[in-house]
Design a protein around this ligand. Structure first.
Ligand code: PBG
Length: 332
């Protein structure tokens, strides 16, 4: 039962805000570098970085530079890195076979990070879009994104990533039945400790624009992803997806994008009480950076406030391009 507040002036809610010490004592949420998963873009080549123009401060880097990034993350207290490959257009095909090549860019990146910093948690992305000639997350047959055939390909991709050493698989494709199919295959392959962080409530969002630049998918992609990603108008549907993914064997669930969908984060945490993550996506990052570059907002303050908002909404962790900058600030 909620206690009734004594009437003013017995109750003065400003009392507990009156000094830093008191504010710290009653602070309801905290954030530490342990809450972050750092998404990193990788590309072919050696000893090279390339800025992502639509994401100021973010770069693509070659596999040989990942050891440094992994040590940087470790030294900052960031427990996990999520890999996204910039796949050369010559490797994009209709059958997406590069997706399960054991030596593809993503799998080489996993090995490079695990070799350099074995305790670093490495997460991967499962969807066909980096390898698909038309930029979709699934196979396209007569203009339709087909489900079951795509899931078979995703399972091959999942196994290749697990065998490369990935600790967490992140299916971001939004096909039906992919979690169950991957879980069964992982068990059969003896990969019972590979975790699945499902992109469960992934919305068909315009906030992904800069990401598609970063992975070189904007050129080829036409149309939209509305037949598989969620309608931004829906909230109950997200709860059905969470329930479905959990019953299929997901260990953790994700809401994506993040800031415009904090209501979904809160519902997931309250209704299911499972490990819940949010992805503060490329467009959210770009908005903050762009406004800060104009001098319109204080970058560090807005960054930390936005990350705290995820914790307050019930998230256990956040995938964020701000991970190293925020961790540096928290550690200083
Ligand atoms: C691909 C994928 C996307 C993102 C993560 N994995 C883009 C998309 O679905 O089109 C977006 C990440 C971001 O915007 O930061 N399946």
């Amino acid at each position: 039962m909620k206690p009734t507040l004594a009437p003013f002036p017995a109750t003065r809610l400003r009392r507990l805000r009156s000094s830093k010490g008191l504010r710290n004592m009653v602070c309801e949420n905290t954030i530490t570098p342990h809450d972050f998963i750092w998404p990193i873009f990788v590309m072919d080549g050696t000893n090279t970085t390339e800025p992502v123009n639509s994401m100021p401060g973010v770069m693509r880097r070659t596999v040989d530079l990942l050891a440094d990034a992994a040590r940087e993350a470790r030294d900052l207290g960031i427990p996990a890195i999520c890999i996204f490959p910039y796949t050369d257009s010559s490797l994009k095909t209709e059958d997406c076979a590069e997706a399960w090549n054991p030596d593809n860019l993503s799998n080489r990146a996993v090995r490079a990070i695990k070799d350099a910093v074995p305790e670093m948690i490495v997460m991967t992305d499962i969807a066909l879009d980096p390898y698909n000639i038309n930029g979709h997350d699934g196979y396209v047959r007569d203009g339709v994104i087909v489900n079951d055939e795509t899931v078979e390909a995703l399972v091959k991709m999942a196994l290749a990533q697990a065998n490369a050493g990935a600790d967490i698989l992140g299916p971001s494709d939004m096909m039906d039945n992919r979690i169950g199919a991957m879980r069964t295959a992982l068990e059969a392959e003896g990969q019972q400790n590979v975790a699945i962080l499902s992109y469960t409530a992934k919305y068909a969002s315009a906030f992904y624009g800069p990401f598609r630049d970063a992975v070189g998918a904007s050129g080829v992609f036409k149309g939209d992803k509305k037949t598989y990603q969620m309608d931004p108008a829906n909230s109950d549907e997200a709860m059905r997806l969470v329930e479905r993914d959990l019953t299929e064997g997901a260990d953790m669930v994700m809401v994506k994008p993040g800031m415009p969908y904090l209501d979904i984060c809160r519902r997931v945490k309250t209704e299911f009480g499972v490990p819940t993550f949010a992805y503060q996506v490329s467009g959210e990052y770009a908005m903050v950076q762009a406004a800060a570059q104009h001098g319109w907002i204080d970058r560090d303050a807005v960054m930390m406030e936005s990350l705290m908002a995820f914790k307050r909404a019930g998230c256990d962790g956040i995938l964020t391009y701000f991970a190293p900058a925020a961790a540096r600030l928290l550690n200083s």
